[in-house]
Design a protein around this ligand. Structure first.
Ligand SMILES: NC(=O)c1ccc[n+]([C@@H]2O[C@H](COP(=O)([O-])OP(=O)(O)OC[C@H]3O[C@@H](n4cnc5c(N)ncnc54)[C@H](OP(=O)(O)O)[C@@H]3O)[C@@H](O)[C@H]2O)c1
Length: 342
């Protein structure tokens, strides 16, 4: 009863306030409202077009058959898939990653599958930040017609962990691999692209970089760093004919995510990379230019968050924290069970 009375009084007050505004004010407010709704409707339309209708820039823009593509973190997960799908499209490959034996196996598999494919491999541990490795990369690329760089290498926390309990090694490796590794590799490859006035640089970002993620604080910060760096670089290199994009992703079933089963929201690497290479540059609904979210359900999920609570709001951070505390607790329980078995 008291509640109904309060609601009635609030409505009366609102009507009184509305009546006190001059007619021109009504039109102005209606105009602002209409603009807001139109903006949201256009953004939703763009989302639908990006997810289900439009194709991105054709890879042929960046080189003909036999042009080289450099893929970092190429021996597993998304990097392995980028390499396989670029080989299928006729690009020769420079495969860079930590484990030589895995690189050799992949190079052998791909050259057996695609006749005429040429590959070069470089085993380097990005966590060592060794200048000699970057020199070896520069030498390997010398004289090659490189058209594409896929900055895919990355490391996350082994399990979600409070920042104050993160080991020095883990935080150092995450920043060195994700940030310094990507920057230094780009400084080796990008001059080749600008010289030929044509090229593509894709860098793997993450939802953890778009939405602050407690318990993955260092990884989240490293991917946010890549967002600003990549968008800035895109603006610098665009006049020189090089397209630079950050690729945003929620979970994909790889060793890093530790998710084994695909679902509506979690694709496998093959599906994800097919979208990433098929939808290059389809932004428009993103907060940052030269950024796109290739997998349709990731894009739809992010659109809903952006247009409701917001990707960087306190609600989103709270939800992310709850989710990662839960993942941490489950991981700790699993580790305890396994320790008991031994
Ligand atoms: N999977 C996801 O859910 C997800 C979501 C968002 C963003 N991403 C991003 O996507 C990228 C690829 O992730 P992924 O899931 O495919 O990872 P992954 O399955 O763990 O594969 C990582 C690759 O990077 C290589 N690598 C790791 N540490 C290295 C180091 N220190 N030096 C050289 N190479 C190293 C690995 O080489 P070895 O095989 O020799 O270990 C492997 O080839 C990362 O940047 C990640 O942040 C992934």
């Amino acid at each position: 009863m008291a509640f109904n009375f309060t609601v009635q009084r609030s409505m009366d007050k609102a009507i009184e306030l509305w009546s006190s505004i001059p007619q021109a004010g009504h039109w102005a407010l209606a105009g602002v409202g209409a603009l807001f709704v139109a903006r949201k409707a256009l953004s939703f339309l763009q989302l639908l077009l990006n997810c289900f209708i439009l194709s991105g820039t054709n890879l042929r823009k960046y080189g003909k058959k036999g042009t080289w593509a450099v893929v970092t973190g190429a021996s597993d997960g998304l990097g392995k898939e980028f390499a396989s799908q670029l080989a299928a499209k006729g690009f020769n490959l420079v495969l860079v990653s930590r484990t030589q034996s895995k690189l050799d196996t992949l190079a052998r598999e791909l050259t057996l599958r695609w006749s005429g494919l040429q590959t070069k491999t470089l085993a380097m541990d990005y966590s060592q930040d060794n200048d000699a490795d970057y020199e070896r990369l520069a030498q390997l690329l010398s004289g090659l017609d490189v058209g594409i760089l896929i900055n895919n290498v990355g490391q996350s926390h082994s399990i979600p962990v409070p920042f104050l309990e993160t080991s020095r090694d883990e935080l150092q490796n995450i920043v060195t691999i994700n940030c310094l590794g990507t920057l230094k590799t780009t400084q080796v490859v990008a001059p080749i692209l600008t010289k030929r006035k044509r090229g593509l640089i894709l860098t793997m970002g993450s939802f953890a970089g778009a939405m602050p993620t407690p318990y993955l604080a260092t990884y989240s910060g490293s991917k946010a760093f890549l967002q600003h760096w990549s968008t800035s670089l895109a603006s610098e290199l665009q006049p020189q004919g090089v397209d630079v994009h950050l690729v945003l992703s929620y979970l994909v079933t790889t060793a890093m995510s530790k998710v084994r089963r695909t679902s509506l929201l979690i694709p496998g690497p093959k599906q994800f990379v097919r979208s990433a290479l098929g939808k290059i540059g389809l932004g428009g609904t993103e907060n940052f230019p030269n950024t796109y979210t290739p997998w349709w359900s990731h894009d739809a999920f992010k659109w809903v968050v952006e247009n409701t609570v917001g990707t960087t709001s306190a609600v989103t951070v709270w939800f992310n924290k709850r989710m990662h505390v839960d993942i941490r607790n489950r991981a700790l329980r699993k580790a305890a069970r396994e320790a008991k078995k031994q």
